[in-house]
Design a protein. Structure first.
Lengths: 75, 181
């Protein structure tokens, strides 16, 4: 099943499927690229940033950005 | 070469690095126009005092916020400089992204795989020799908190030389167009 990164639930894991054009360069430095495993660690209330784990590293990412990343999740 | 820039992503130990290399001779200054601090000190390199600058952490050279802008600007202003690119040894892929960007801009780079002990404990191993062959720049495992690897790092800084990015892509068997993705 595909969903936006921003829609992932706490502790949900998936594989990055698609990153909106023009964004790839911006977030590649954080280790987020297509084909990478990604896990939702924490979500802040009131549209606060989400913390995701990629490559053993926790990175916080704004929800606006997270809206533009499509993740393939299990189930 | 009279300047050394310490660059790396956030939380890789740059500042511990800085304190190790600069010793007690630290001065703190404020970069004009921003609220972002950077540290400047001096270190002894082959008997000569050179400036050592602790650049704010940045994920990449495409700045996403003010602090990263400062980091990129500082790099662009310094021409005659060697860059120590500090990478978290357990998050090598992420760190290499920045290292490659700096190399691509033509700076002589030496890579420090920091927190080598933590990576080892987490069973993350990096083939240092192989990475060196691929990048064409010195790669040194370090533990900044205990100074492990610092002698080697400092003694090999003179080996840092600009490398054409095409050479690196060739050595991993790719072509240039694939790197911009």
């Amino acid at each position: 099943m595909e969903k936006k990164l921003s829609e992932m639930k706490y502790e949900e894991e998936g594989i990055v499927k698609e990153i909106r054009e023009g964004l790839k360069d911006k977030i590649a430095g954080m280790g987020i690229r297509e084909g990478r495993g990604i896990k939702m660690m924490t979500k802040q209330p009131i549209k606060g940033p989400a913390v995701v784990a990629v490559d053993r590293a926790n990175t916080s990412i704004g929800l606006g950005l997270a809206d533009k990343i499509i993740v393939e999740v299990g189930k | 070469m009279n300047k050394v820039l310490l660059m790396g992503q956030a939380n890789v130990g740059k500042s511990v690095f800085f304190n190790r290399l600069a010793g007690a001779n630290v001065t703190v200054s404020n970069y004009p126009g921003t609220s972002v601090d950077f540290d400047k000190g001096r270190m002894l390199l082959e008997g000569k005092h050179v400036d050592l600058i602790d650049v704010p952490g940045t994920f990449s050279l495409q700045p996403k916020d003010r602090a990263e802008e400062v980091a990129v600007k500082m790099l662009e202003q310094e021409k005659d400089t060697v860059v120590i690119c500090v990478i978290d040894a357990s998050k090598v892929e992420r760190g290499l992204y920045l290292a490659l960007e700096i190399i691509e801009r033509g700076y002589p780079v030496i890579v420090a795989l920091n927190m080598w002990d933590t990576a080892k404990n987490a069973k993350v191993k990096t083939d240092v020799k192989k990475l060196e062959q691929i990048l064409g720049v010195p790669v040194v495992p370090t533990v900044a908190t205990t100074s492990e690897g610092f002698k080697e790092l400092v003694s090999r800084m003179r080996e840092a030389a600009p490398v054409a990015i095409e050479e690196i892509t060739k050595s991993v068997g790719g072509d240039k167009s694939e790197t911009h993705n």
